[in-house]
Design a protein around this ligand. Sequence first.
Ligand code: HEM
Ligand SMILES: *[C@@H]1O[C@H](CO)[C@@H](O)[C@H](O)[C@H]1NC(C)=O
Ligand SMILES: *[C@@H]1O[C@H](CO)[C@@H](O)[C@H](O)[C@H]1NC(C)=O
Ligand SMILES: *[C@@H]1O[C@H](CO)[C@@H](O)[C@H](O)[C@H]1NC(C)=O
Ligand SMILES: *[C@@H]1O[C@H](CO)[C@@H](O)[C@H](O)[C@H]1NC(C)=O
Ligand SMILES: *[C@@H]1O[C@H](CO)[C@@H](O)[C@H](O)[C@H]1NC(C)=O
Ligand SMILES: *[C@@H]1O[C@H](CO)[C@@H](O)[C@H](O)[C@H]1NC(C)=O
Ligand SMILES: *[C@@H]1O[C@H](CO)[C@@H](O)[C@H](O)[C@H]1NC(C)=O
Ligand SMILES: *[C@@H]1O[C@H](CO)[C@@H](O)[C@H](O)[C@H]1NC(C)=O
Ligand SMILES: *[C@@H]1O[C@H](CO)[C@@H](O)[C@H](O)[C@H]1NC(C)=O
Ligand SMILES: *[C@@H]1O[C@H](CO)[C@@H](O)[C@H](O)[C@H]1NC(C)=O
Ligand SMILES: *[C@@H]1O[C@H](CO)[C@@H](O)[C@H](O)[C@H]1NC(C)=O
Length: 331
Amino acid sequence: MSPPPSTSFFSVTIVLLGMMLPQSKAQLNTTFYANTCPNVSSIVSNVVQQAFQSDSRIGASLIRLHFHDCFVNGCDASILLDNSSSILSEKFAAPNVNSTRGFGVVDNIKTAVENSCPGVVSCADILALAAESSVSQSGGPSWSVLLGRRDSLTANQAGANTSIPSPFEGLNNITAKFSAVGLNTNDLVALSGAHTFGRAQCRTFSNRLYNFSNTGNPDSTLNTTYLTTLQQICPQNGSGTALANLDPTTSDAFDNNYFTNLQNNQGLLQSDQELFSTSGSATITLVNNFSSNQTAFFQSFVQSMINMGNISPLTGSSGEIRSDCKKVNGS
Ligand code: HEM
Ligand SMILES: *[C@@H]1O[C@H](CO)[C@@H](O)[C@H](O)[C@H]1NC(C)=O
Ligand SMILES: *[C@@H]1O[C@H](CO)[C@@H](O)[C@H](O)[C@H]1NC(C)=O
Ligand SMILES: *[C@@H]1O[C@H](CO)[C@@H](O)[C@H](O)[C@H]1NC(C)=O
Ligand SMILES: *[C@@H]1O[C@H](CO)[C@@H](O)[C@H](O)[C@H]1NC(C)=O
Ligand SMILES: *[C@@H]1O[C@H](CO)[C@@H](O)[C@H](O)[C@H]1NC(C)=O
Ligand SMILES: *[C@@H]1O[C@H](CO)[C@@H](O)[C@H](O)[C@H]1NC(C)=O
Ligand SMILES: *[C@@H]1O[C@H](CO)[C@@H](O)[C@H](O)[C@H]1NC(C)=O
Ligand SMILES: *[C@@H]1O[C@H](CO)[C@@H](O)[C@H](O)[C@H]1NC(C)=O
Ligand SMILES: *[C@@H]1O[C@H](CO)[C@@H](O)[C@H](O)[C@H]1NC(C)=O
Ligand SMILES: *[C@@H]1O[C@H](CO)[C@@H](O)[C@H](O)[C@H]1NC(C)=O
Ligand SMILES: *[C@@H]1O[C@H](CO)[C@@H](O)[C@H](O)[C@H]1NC(C)=O
């Protein structure tokens, strides 16, 4: 006599659930490397500190790598993989090509970490730790980084083309892209505050300077004094690769001036200024709050960095610990 089919169906289901739960439940935590690489935070932070000595922009570039990693297939270091026979690198996706930088410093961090703790620390966690070091060494908040991510075996160039927000998109589209990875309006406004440091190329905002949306005039939300400065940096028919500071007031410091700039109509990217200039938007209240209260900004920023760092990590035995951040092991 065989048991009724329903019984075996449920037994199989229960066994399958039992096998799947431990992996799907694995959470990142701050002590993941406590036994296997106790000094990993200071190793990362020392290399970042060295990099700052020859490149005041490097912190901005490093946190942006973590952002562009997390928005594509989760925080899995997919952005670090180079082209190969089986990899179409995300480095050549539209938001990244001729724009993302800092890959050499990530390699230097990986080398230093491998020297102390070979084969243990993922490249995805290195990006998260480097982002925190970059912020804290620029005058921003420090926090305990959640760890335990593993590295992907694949890249997703098409995903990078479509999931990373563009500066030319409206606030609704950008909000939708944040929502697609589980981030809300608070996260959008707080994380946009990362544009308190770093640079942007003229090609990412020059559409605002001369003939905005075919109006024949500059973007009316641009402060006229600031407009004149930007027109000097980005002349008509000039190089689209010239650089402007994202924060014209304190260009390399991590502070809340980004939000004060928005109130003064000095947001560099269209997507920045829309947080404040879109009438009726819930983002305006948050901009005003963060502009008047740096403590509130820092507190929200840390929470939102943790939220972003939690986007679909690979954990348990998924993925791998790459030995070279640029390549899948054994390839
Ligand atoms: C909200 C949507 C966002 C858009 C549309 C956007 C767009 C951009 C663009 C166009 C640039 C200039 C790139 C270039 O000219 O090469 C840039 C730079 C930068 N972004 Fe964003 N970004 C957004 C959100 C974020 C977030 C969430 C972070 C980090 C938490 C971030 C951090 C940075 C930093 C630090 C830079 C300067 C990088 C450097 O100097 O190398 N951005 N962003
Ligand atoms: C951190 O996460 C790892 C992997 O999930 C686990 O083995 C470890 O016990 C966790 N540590 C704490 C303190 O929860
Ligand atoms: C951790 O770093 C400190 C100095 O930063 C050093 O004294 C200590 O030996 C290191 N510990 C390990 C386990 O590498
Ligand atoms: C990598 O692939 C891209 C296409 O996605 C191509 O444009 C680029 O030249 C390749 N780069 C290298 C270094 O092979
Ligand atoms: C990237 O920059 C290189 C060198 O300036 C240029 O030849 C290439 O056309 C640029 N690629 C894109 C997609 O803008
Ligand atoms: C991503 O966008 C770039 C630039 O627009 C394009 O050359 C490339 O083919 C796109 N890649 C994929 C996989 O769609
Ligand atoms: C906003 O998203 C819609 C729907 O995906 C798309 O059709 C439109 O082109 C996007 N707008 C911009 C400016 O990218
Ligand atoms: C602005 O751009 C539109 C579309 O390209 C064009 O028809 C118009 O003449 C331009 N206006 C000025 C003042 O350049
Ligand atoms: C930019 O280039 C266009 C076409 O080549 C030309 O008509 C225009 O006068 C130039 N504008 C300036 C400010 O040089
Ligand atoms: C333009 O920016 C200056 C600061 O550079 C500020 O004092 C002024 O109020 C701003 N104007 C507008 C209309 O926002
Ligand atoms: C600033 O924000 C902090 C953190 O949210 C809050 O505790 C404090 O009361 C705020 N200060 C003012 C003056 O509103
Ligand atoms: C500003 O934001 C902080 C942190 O999110 C919050 O505690 C505070 O209530 C907000 N203040 C105002 C005036 O909205």
